[in-house]
Design a protein around this ligand. Structure first.
Ligand SMILES: [Cu+2]
Length: 83
């Protein structure tokens, strides 16, 4: 992530347990938020943060929840397909 985008902005995986690794290459603090799954991490500039998540099949949005970063482009789509 950096201002104001996630790279990649679309991810497709098979259902299962994952460690999400988010690196902030920008100069502002951002979040990686999977709102529907109740998962969120805040990542300060030049830092990397991780969390574990169980992904069941579906389509989920990920966004940055700081100010209007989502509206400015910090959003993406995670597609989880069944095994
Ligand atoms: Cu942000």
């Amino acid at each position: 992530m950096k201002e104001m985008r996630f790279t990649p902005s679309a991810v497709s995986v098979v259902a299962g347990r994952y460690t999400v690794v988010a690196h902030n290459a920008g100069g502002l603090t951002h979040t990686f938020s999977l709102n529907e799954l109740g998962q969120e991490i805040t990542v300060t500039p030049d830092k990397t943060a991780t969390f574990e998540v169980d992904l069941t099949p579906g389509t989920y949005r990920y966004v940055c929840r700081i100010l209007d970063h989502e509206g400015l482009g910090m959003r993406g789509v995670l597609k989880v397909r069944s095994k």
